[in-house]
Ligand binder design. Structure first.
Ligand code: CDP
Ligand code: MG
Length: 843
């Protein structure tokens, strides 16, 4: 089939090169936009007879009774025992009225696009339709991909609950974890997971149907999966093992899929789900506030809460720090405890105070029990006892993150710009962002405590993938924080920019789920009309070397001919192939006479044996190279830990955030000092110091494992517990991957590694440089100093401007002559992150 794939590949390349695209096939009856079922208009749940088709457990599903020719559909009907309450709730969803249309389309066509507003029921219901129609019979699985891990986990739980089935049957798999069993019939996974499965089993024979969810988000993996699946579907058809592909999307830009000849020569039918969206009144600000959009959000929420009728508030902000700051401010302004009805008040708060005190004592005991046991032989930790106050501060923070309704710290309100809101209702404030622990994220789905108003302060995650019940008011700051890559220099920066019109409308739509709602945009309509229409697909915004390596491992050599929904630029493809050639993953192109030929061969370099090994590791090519090299001198366990720690986002807590009060500022300062001290200890002595921040990672992971990886230890040392757990899982996963490639290595995860020996440190430095060799910077010598801007600066081959060692690095004061870095992030200056010291040459 690989050959067949290549043939298809070259066919499509002929098409595109001959400039004679075949006349577009007339769309068959049934293709194009299918009519919505009658009675599914806005606000109307449709006649109940339709619901009985879809909902009851005894009747056969209303599939395909009117079809002329027998479709290639399974004839089995699998009953589902839903609870009556759940069934009733389902029936309210607009997509239930479309079950028949969707299932007929799926029966007749190999590829179907389903689009409908967020919240219409695509993610939770379509897998159930397919399950009932027998698409998981004969031991096969219904696969659903999500671009976000949060959604994969949350949706599998939700669907299991709706179907009254255990998570052994409705399961999820994300990069580090999953609960898939032999019994699994519906499997939610991240798109990256399915891509890895395609590498092992190109035809995806375990699946009868694959759903690509949230296709409008246009994540790179979603895009590439759609391209691959378009080919896999036809390969499966040739073998008479039909595979169905459903692409599910919010109503955004479906044309990229339907009007793309190379991707789908026959445009697939689109089923539109009319959503029961209530009107949302959009209020623009008269003028656009310049900087302080957070403050503007605060004032707007206060106003809504004081003046407008009941209904949840959803605030869109840009990042985790802002989300927390606003939550804190709102909780201060509208504390729960003060506004309780008097008779309940006493009992409740006494009980809660007791629980609170108890949990605090327990935590203190746990901390006391954990810290002194840590052996100081290998990895040093601070002795217990120090920093108890920090601990308290952290607990307060934790409560805030937990959304606890206790706000005992009422002393310093009034610091919020003199706002003295006079609310009659308490405000139940919850944060929501992707790095938040899953159980805390799940809280937004729970109804708020009686007599309170829900207020969720969220980042972009609330825009499409998660639907929060009960929202009537949306406050939209109009901004989004996105990573921005500079293709030439490789510098990345997080930039806050205006959202697109499509995103702004999507955000506004969140207010009209249960009744007419209001959206308050903190910018003017003039600014809105300048927004770009759609956000650009991720493929156009980021480097693609990881994807290219995966594709080469699938024997897709001429990546440029691949049917991408939106192809990456030739420039990005060349950059990716060049990096992969430099890493030894692809064969270098032959020297040729003409530039054109060279260009062509640069874009079709075949994969090497090393490249194949690298492609089996679930990490970016640079890190895969480090793993592939480290089976020497016992370096593998260290390399695995280094790679795991480098690929997990933000091991250390963000302590540079703005403080809400002087008191908090001093707490933050203390914690920063403590973390800096720990870093110095972990960085080690002698030879180890030359590993710089990498030694800090090894030390932090080792010390944490020594303490039994407790949340208390992480908090006490400024480490993110969630990141630590991810590192632990990734270490396990990478160890398995290494053992598969090289069984004789016989590795096992030894959580409590001994620190590396002096010679191992030297090897590790070489291994790191092998992966990050092009990320080299040299300190500017004093005689080169042109002006102050070059003080303590480094120079890289590609950038004209100075770059600096990040203040959080242990090398910040050491300033070694050469460093390699993980990435350059631009904030106030251009900072290298993850730097390690290196003499030159490294030996
Ligand atoms: O995928 P789509 O955005 O079309 O909708 P969905 O995620 O299937 O959600 C359908 C409905 O289920 C939403 O309106 C939510 O209110 C509800 N839901 C819920 O109550 N709890 C969850 N954990 C997930 C969804
Ligand atoms: Mg969805």
């Amino acid at each position: 089939y690989r050959q067949e794939l290549e043939e298809e590949d070259s066919e499509s390349s002929v098409e595109s090169e001959s400039n004679e695209a075949p006349a577009s096939e007339p769309v068959q009856a049934g293709a194009g936009v299918l009519p919505a079922a009658p009675g599914a208009g806005p606000g109307s749940p449709g006649p109940s007879s339709q619901h009985s088709l879809a909902g009851t457990t005894s009747a056969p599903p209303g599939v395909a009774s009117t079809l002329a020719r027998p479709p290639a559909k399974p004839s089995v009907f699998i009953p589902v025992n839903r609870t009556p309450e759940m069934q009733e709730e389902r029936l309210k969803l607009p997509i239930l009225a479309e079950e028949q249309v969707i299932m007929e389309a799926v029966a007749e066509h190999p590829i179907v696009i389903v689009c409908g507003e967020t919240g219409s029921g695509k993610t939770t219901q379509v897998p159930q339709f397919l399950y009932e129609a027998g698409y998981s019979s004969d031991n096969s699985i219904i696969g659903i991909t999500e671009p976000r891990r949060v959604a994969a986990v949350a949706m599998s739980q939700r669907v299991a609950k709706e179907m009254n089935l255990s998570q052994r049957v409705v399961s999820y798999q994300i990069r580090y974890e999953g609960n898939v069993t032999e019994e699994t019939r519906i499997k939610f996974m991240t798109d990256g997971v399915l891509l890895k499965e395609i590498q092992k089993d190109f035809l995806l024979l375990r699946y009868k149907v694959v759903l690509i969810d949230e296709a409008h988000e246009r994540s790179v993996y979603t895009d590439i999966l759609i391209g691959l699946l378009s080919r896999i579907v036809s390969l499966r058809a040739k073998r008479h093992l039909p595979l169905k592909l459903l692409i599910m999307s919010a109503t955004l830009r479906v044309e990229d899929f339907t009007q793309n000849q190379r991707l789908f020569p026959q445009p697939p039918p689109v089923v539109k789900v009319e959503s029961r969206q209530f009107p949302v009144t959009v209020h623009f600000n008269k003028r656009t506030p310049l900087e302080d959009y957070s403050g503007e959000c605060f004032r707007k929420v206060c106003k809504i809460h004081r003046m407008l009728p009941a209904g949840g508030i959803l605030v869109f902000l840009t990042g985790q720090a802002e989300v927390h700051a606003l939550c804190r401010r709102l909780r201060r302004a509208f504390p729960h405890t003060r506004r309780r009805p008097p008779e309940k008040d006493q009992e409740d708060s006494v009980e809660e105070m007791r629980k609170f005190k108890k949990s605090r004592t327990r935590a203190k005991k746990a901390q006391a029990a954990t810290l002194p046991q840590i052996s100081l032989d290998n990895y040093s930790v601070l002795p217990a006892g120090e920093g108890d106050e920090d601990r308290e501060a952290e607990m307060d923070e934790e409560e805030e993150a937990l959304g606890s309704d206790l706000d005992l710290d009422l002393g310093d309100e009034g610091t919020d710009g003199g706002e003295q809101p006079d609310a009659s209702l308490p405000l139940h404030v919850l944060p929501l962002y992707s790095l938040l622990a899953p159980e805390k994220q799940a809280q937004v789905f729970q109804p708020p405590p009686e007599g309170t108003r829900l207020c969720v302060v969220a980042t972009n995650v609330a825009e499409t993938s998660l639907t929060i019940p009960g929202i009537k008011y949306v406050v939209d700051c109009g901004k989004v924080k996105k990573r921005h890559y500079d293709r030439v220099t490789g510098v990345s920066s997080f930039r806050v920019s205006w959202v697109s019109q499509a995103s702004a409308d999507q955000r506004a739509g969140r207010a009209g789920r249960m009744e007419p709602g209001h959206c308050y945009r903190l910018y003017s309509s003039a600014v809105f009309s300048d927004f770009e229409q759609f956000p650009p697909p991720e493929m156009a915004r980021r480097p693609v070397e990881d994807l290219i390596l995966q594709m080469k491992a699938l024997n897709i050599e001429k990546v440029i001919n691949f049917p991408f929904p939106t192809p990456p630029s030739v420039e990005a493809l060349i950059a990716a192939e060049e990096l992969l050639v430099a890493l030894g993953a692809l064969q270098a192109p032959q020297k040729t006479e003409s530039m054109k030929q060279l260009q062509r061969s640069r874009l079709s370099c075949p994969i090497t044996a090393l490249g194949r090994t690298m492609a089996t590791f679930p990490v970016a090519p640079r890190y895969a190279k480090m793993l592939a090299l480290s089976r020497q001198h016992g370096c593998l366990p260290y390399a695995i830990t280094i790679v795991a720690a480098m690929t997990v986002r933000e091991l250390f807590e963000e302590l540079d955030r703005p403080a809400a009060s002087d008191e908090e500022l001093s707490r933050l300062k203390d914690r920063r000092a403590r973390v800096a001290q720990m870093k110095r200890i972990w960085a080690g002595q002698g030879a180890a110091r030359k590993l710089g921040d990498i030694m800090v990672l090894l030390g932090a992971v080792g010390a944490c494992e020594y303490s039994g990886c407790s949340p208390q230890f992480c908090e006490a040392n400024g480490l993110r517990y969630k990141a630590m757990m991810e590192i632990r899982r990734l270490r396990g996963q990478l160890t398995t991957a290494v053992n598969t490639v090289c069984p004789e290595a016989g590795l096992f995860v030894d959580p409590k590694m001994q620190p590396p020996s002096e010679s191992q440190v030297t090897y590790l430095r070489q291994i790191v440089v092998a992966g990050l060799g092009d990320h080299l910077a040299r300190r500017v010598q004093s005689e080169d100093l042109l002006d102050d801007k070059w003080k303590n600066a480094y120079k890289t081959p590609l950038l004209d401007d100075p770059v600096f060692i990040h203040p959080s690095s242990v090398l910040f004061k050491e300033l070694p002559e050469f460093v390699v870095y993980q990435e350059i992030v631009e904030t106030t200056k251009m900072y290298m992150k993850g730097s390690q010291a290196g003499g030159w040459p490294l030996a």
